[in-house]
Design a protein around this ligand. Sequence first.
Ligand code: TTP
Ligand code: MG
Ligand code: MG
Length: 388
Amino acid sequence: MTARKIFHVDMDAFFAAVEQLRRPELQGKPVVVGGDGNPHKRGVVSTASYEARVYGIHSAMPLRTAFKKCPHAVFLAVDFSAYGEYSRKIRSILREYSELVEPMSLDEAFLDVSHRPEEPVALAEEIRRRIKAETGLTASIGIGPNKLLAKIACGMRKPDAVTEINAETAVDQLRALPSTVLWGVGPKTAARLEAALGVRTVGDLQGLALEVLQEHLGPRHGEDLYHVCRGEDDSPIVTEWEPKSLSRETTYQVDARVRDTVIKTIDELAADVTEELRDDGYRGRTVTVKIRYRDFKTHTRAQTLPSPTDDDFTIRTTAVALLDRFTMDRPVRLVGVRVSSLSRTASAQSTPSPQSQDSGSSSGQEDGGDGGDGETGKAQSVSGLSSE
Ligand code: TTP
Ligand code: MG
Ligand code: MG
């Protein structure tokens, strides 16, 4: 297997950073986000700004404890919808750099950038710059040959940093870290390993024989940890990709002979498909146009875009441009537009079923006519692409 390049992107003090962005007067101040924002009521800290962390406040701490540690901190209620909006923006930026994005939580994702030509640190810096420019928020990125090391690297230096662990030096770079940075070493396992074997660091684990680990943790977990403490991990990026398509087609009442009529239809169908794509929470990468001629011969032409999109203008112009790759030597009976290679945008909540949709109904368009919204009956703007 060729070496992989994996990024782990994690936003800095995410909920608190969004709050500080929305209320600039909170910048530079200790901000604690949790519960309904009342530190005298029950509830725990979701997160604290780095200014509040100085006082020892951290996630999962009771709000009352946080208040004792820093009474002058600003306490705010959790506002998931605001954080979700930023999360979606960030994911769409990440998807511009790779199709292989695995979201882990609202503020965190793995990204496989093995195919990218850029030097990884420079690429990570570019992504951070993009996130900062387009959201106002800072992110930290860990780089590694696998998910495990990318995630550990990300946690090593925060906030606002890029950290790389490479395969050759991983064993050394991990040595001094506490054993809990590893997958499969939660507080309970860590306590057990420390009590039984005096293990505190990853280096301590690296010094143990496979059999010793298996004896204490069981055959499976013991073997996993034997590899994990050496930075070995071959788990794949699990994406949200679904190989489906969305399409619309329309059959003319009277076969179309005029090129501009077909252009107008393609544009309207593309607009409809794009609208549906957005409503269902998808982006598409491949645009296909289908033409059925009067003699029922059916041809398709497709164009794959550099990255998935739900941009109305891009999809419509791509579809219309595909008409140049057909010979318009016969009257056209049916026109279809399909967008495929779909990826889910983070905003999608429900599970729609975007199968190929062919309404089969007729549009009522006629050659040279300017009416006809296609079978959906929606009046889409045509942005000057229709006849004259
Ligand atoms: P984290 O990425 O763990 O933390 P963070 O982004 O606040 O800070 P940093 O990454 O710079 O260390 O979690 C992301 C968000 O998830 C966090 O802003 C709030 C929420 N969260 C909770 O609600 N409860 C928790 O226990 C944790 C850890 C996070
Ligand atoms: Mg974070
Ligand atoms: Mg996180």
